[in-house]
Design a protein around this ligand. Structure first.
Ligand SMILES: NC(=O)c1ccc[n+]([C@@H]2O[C@H](COP(=O)([O-])OP(=O)(O)OC[C@H]3O[C@@H](n4cnc5c(N)ncnc54)[C@H](O)[C@@H]3O)[C@@H](O)[C@H]2O)c1
Length: 286
């Protein structure tokens, strides 16, 4: 099935970036959020981001205008009922997401694919609340969606081959690098493997093995990482990291996903990383 029209539901940090990426690729793109303010903020953010790209010579003024023309913020889902694909990016809460999927299932035309941008929730219980579970899939963008090329495409056990193929084609059409995750498993691929590594790095800081600066230098110089793992923790957000660790520990068991006490304490202190102005590094002056 060829995807031409896309709806993004939830226009926060991720949703607004997904909206921009789809519109930039020429898709007729609709955005919906329960908060009117979030829709307005998303358009302001996209306008600023595109203007920055024009200033840097990355896109033309005409491309900026065309991208903005491709976006329509709607206050009623009926206005986007004929889309081919809806991507949900609301709060990471299974009940909130399941409510959104029930609503989308009732509102959208019967062939539309319904996708979630969840970071860690399993696909199958999300698909199960719809009457079209074969047309459900996870399309997991990475932050920020306008920059990061990776998308994990995760199948629920009910997802059809046709839906998975359409989702992979869509990701390529928006100029991303999709990786198909064939099993609906906690943490998918990247969080499952990367988050325990980041937690171990935090344990090294906790034990005084090396300074945060030297740990970052080790990974940049030793493994050619563009940013060090401590900087990466701050960028992801320490609360997000803790949430993923706790979820993986709960669902996978064992001791591999037990959060380092330093991570829990940093979050309890409100040191969340880049977004709060302080994490392992200080961003208050930037
Ligand atoms: N932040 C990240 O680094 C990251 C990376 C990959 C995936 N994700 C996932 O993307 C999703 C969104 O994360 P975010 O960081 O953009 O969150 P956010 O808090 O920035 O934005 C969520 C938006 O959803 C809206 N919303 C809430 N309930 C809604 C509903 N019922 N209908 C419509 N809109 C609703 C809110 O008003 C808000 O604007 C989550 O599932 C998260 O796990 C986040």
């Amino acid at each position: 099935m060829a995807i031409k029209k896309v709806l993004v539901v939830g226009l926060g940090l991720m949703g607004r970036g997904i909206l921009q990426v789809c519109a930039q690729a020429g898709f007729e793109t609709y955005g919906y959020d329960v908060s009117k303010e979030a829709g307005e903020k998303a358009m302001g953010y996209i306008g600023t981001s595109l203007a920055g790209r024009v200033a840097k010579g990355k896109i033309t003024e005409e491309a900026k205008t065309n991208t903005l023309k491709n976006i329509q913020i709607v206050s009623d889902l009926q206005a986007a009922a004929n889309v081919d694909l809806a991507i949900e990016a609301v709060f990471e809460n299974i009940k909130v997401k399941q409510d959104v999927f029930r609503t989308l299932d009732a509102a959208l035309q019967p062939d539309a694919i319904i996708a979630s941008n969840t970071s860690a929730l399993p696909a199958t219980p999300l698909a199960s609340v719809t009457k079209r579970p074969d047309k459900f899939i996870i399309i997991h963008f990475h932050q920020p969606p306008t920059v990061m090329r990776l998308i994990e495409v995760v199948r629920a056990i009910q997802t059809s081959d046709e839906t998975a193929a359409a989702a992979m084609d869509f990701c390529k059409a928006i100029d991303k690098d999709p990786v198909e995750i064939k099993v609906d498993c906690p943490g998918f691929l990247t969080n499952r493997t990367m988050v325990p590594l980041l937690n171990e790095v935090i344990c090294c800081i906790y034990e005084g093995v090396a300074t945060k600066e030297d740990i970052d230098l080790a990974y940049k110089s030793g493994f050619n990482w563009p940013m060090g793992p401590v900087q990466l923790c701050d960028f992801i957000g320490l609360d997000t990291l803790l949430h993923i660790m706790e979820d993986l520990h709960h669902r996978r068991g064992g001791d591999k996903f037990i959060p380092c006490p330093l991570l829990s304490n940093m979050v309890a202190a409100g040191y969340l990383g880049h977004k709060s102005g302080k994490g392992f590094y200080d961003y208050s002056k930037k």
